[in-house]
Design a protein around this ligand. Structure first.
Ligand code: GLU
Length: 506
């Protein structure tokens, strides 16, 4: 049987990290087994929908590099198309299917219309609470004669449809994470399958769709574990074979409280906007509740796919450790190939007004020159050791993407060094650089020429390299002068040395 798994989000807002983990685990599982990963939109709770919810889900998945074979897809013009043989994949477009299935359940006596008004249910609940009894539906309409129930629904009387659950016995199943799980049926409520607005509840739509879409494994959060007996009883009522279940552990704050949407930014798009790399986030989220080994922490996507096994998912809550994410992000910032890093960093540099995207690379806004991904990679390479996120990069590399940096001329003087000495050093440096080949302006060459100049004149490192470094960067602290020179190239180095002289002469 080939694997078919799904990500079934509700379009209710931004994608929480916990939801993204569901997408990721299902994706890894599908890729590992050469199966199909599809997306289904569970939008039957009309009150919770947000505008552009579906677009947002699809954009976030794309930004994270998680691709699906079936379901809704975003066109370039922003419209949504659906592809795949088991659609529609948006539940609000499947109402006729659920209605047909529910008729069948009523016919077989596994579900019944309930005409109790919201007011009655409310006072029932109040009574149960006052008597300190468990709350839940008292099954009054279960006793209605089927003909009467049918006649009343035909006249259009407002009603819901409830699942007629067994009043005794147990529902048991094997969960790939938790092992054998057992629930007492008498503790389950005759819950609603179809709402009075004609929309199915999550339970009905989820089961019908997982069956019709031939889902083989349901990998989802632990918060759905208590719904699973209801689902299994529904599969049984329909006479369908249920999929296999795997419930992922809860996500916890470091104080072990439940990680909630309301606690700070736990939306994937916020992490991306704050400059976390998709690679680092994927690595981090994959390890929230799963790890095949105790030692290894860094996993690229291919390795995750190769190693992913449901049996290695933990049942204990997974602590969301921000510091570990920062650490991982730093690792990826330092190890990603530079051209890839450049692609990731570019949007941040564009937003900061340093670069403009062009068809074949970027243009430096305050300088005009063109950069390829390799050029931009070289710029970033100077600062990537020092930043934790891409969002910190614009500030860190701005001095490399300026025409000439702005700074007080005073800064050029090494420990109060006389201005005349600084000027002499800058002149000598201009001469040395001027004599070099622009095509061979390499780090090694630059370093040996400048060091030769210093040694030949018996100068100090500080009184030569400090003015040089400030002339190049404008900053008190910056990468070393030779590295900056190699990245800037001969002509820009000359411009900056000239500008430094002018600053002192002014
Ligand atoms: N729509 C549910 C959610 O938002 C899906 C749960 C499931 O995978 O069954 O998480």
């Amino acid at each position: 049987m080939s694997v078919r798994v799904r990500f079934a989000p509700s379009p209710t807002g931004r994608m929480h990290v916990g939801n993204f983990r569901s997408a990721l685990y299902n994706y890894l599982f599908a890729r590992k087994h050469g199966g199909v990963f599809f997306v289904r939109i569970e939008d039957t709770d009309r009150a919770r929908l947000v505008e552009n919810g579906v677009e947002n889900i699809l954009r976030t998945l794309a930004a994270m590099g998680i691709s699906h074979e079936e379901g809704p897809f975003l066109n370039e013009d922003g419209t949504i198309v659906q592809r795949g043989g088991k659609g529609p994949y948006i539940q609000s477009e499947r109402l006729a299917i659920y209605r047909q299935q529910i008729e069948q359940l009523i016919e077989h006596g596994d579900a019944y219309p309930c005409f109790c008004t919201p007011e009655r249910l409310e006072s029932l609940r109040a009574e149960q609470e006052a008597a300190k009894k468990p709350t839940g539906y008292d099954r009054r309409c279960r006793a209605l004669a089927p003909e009467e129930a049918k006649a009343r629904s035909k006249t259009g009387e407002r009603h819901v449809v409830r699942h007629k659950l067994p009043e005794s016995g147990e529902t048991e199943f094997h969960d790939a994470v938790r092992g054998h799980v057992k629930f007492r049926n008498d503790l389950l409520d005759d819950y609603v399958l179809l709402k009075s607005d004609g929309f199915p509840t999550y339970h009905l739509a989820n089961v019908v769709d997982d069956h019709l879409m031939e889902t083989t494994h349901v990998i989802r959060g632990e918060e759905w574990l208590s719904s699973t007996p209801k689902h299994l009883l529904l599969y049984e009522a329909f006479g369908w074979t249920p999929p296999q279940f795997a419930h992922m552990p809860l996500l916890l704050n470091p104080d072990r409280s439940k990680l909630s949407k309301r606690q700070g930014d736990v939306a994937v798009e916020d992490y991306l906007a704050n400059g976390y790399l998709p690679e680092a986030l994927i690595n981090f989220v994959a390890l929230l509740g799963w790890n095949p080994s105790d030692e290894q922490e860094i996993y690229g996507i291919d390795e995750l796919i190769a190693k992913f096994e449901l049996k290695d998912i933990n049942s204990a809550g997974a602590v969301f450790n921000r510091e570990k994410l920062d650490w991982l992000n730093g690792k990826y910032l330092r190890s990603l190939p530079l051209d890839r890093l450049a692609e990731r960093a570019a949007p941040f540099l564009e937003a900061a007004g340093l670069l403009e995207k062009e068809s074949d690379g970027w243009r430096v806004i305050r300088g005009g020159e063109k950069l390829t991904a390799a050029d931009l990679g070289a710029v970033i390479s100077l600062e990537r050791e020092r930043v934790k996120t891409l969002a910190e990069l614009p500030e860190a590399v701005a001095f490399l993407l300026e025409d000439v940096p702005e700074y007080p001329g005073e800064r050029l003087r090494w420990k109060g060094q006389p201005v005349g000495e600084v000027l002499a050093r800058l002149d000598a440096l201009l001469e040395t650089v001027g004599a070099m080949d622009a095509e061979e302006f390499t780090l090694k060459d630059i370093e040996s020429r400048v060091k030769g100049l210093i040694a030949g004149n018996g100068w100090g490192n500080g009184d030569t390299l400090w003015p040089l470094r400030v002339a190049l960067s404008g900053r008190e602290k910056s990468p070393g002068p030779f590295e900056i020179m190699a990245v800037l190239g001969k002509m820009k180095v000359i411009r900056r040395l000239e500008a430094a002289k002018n600053r002192l002469n002014a």
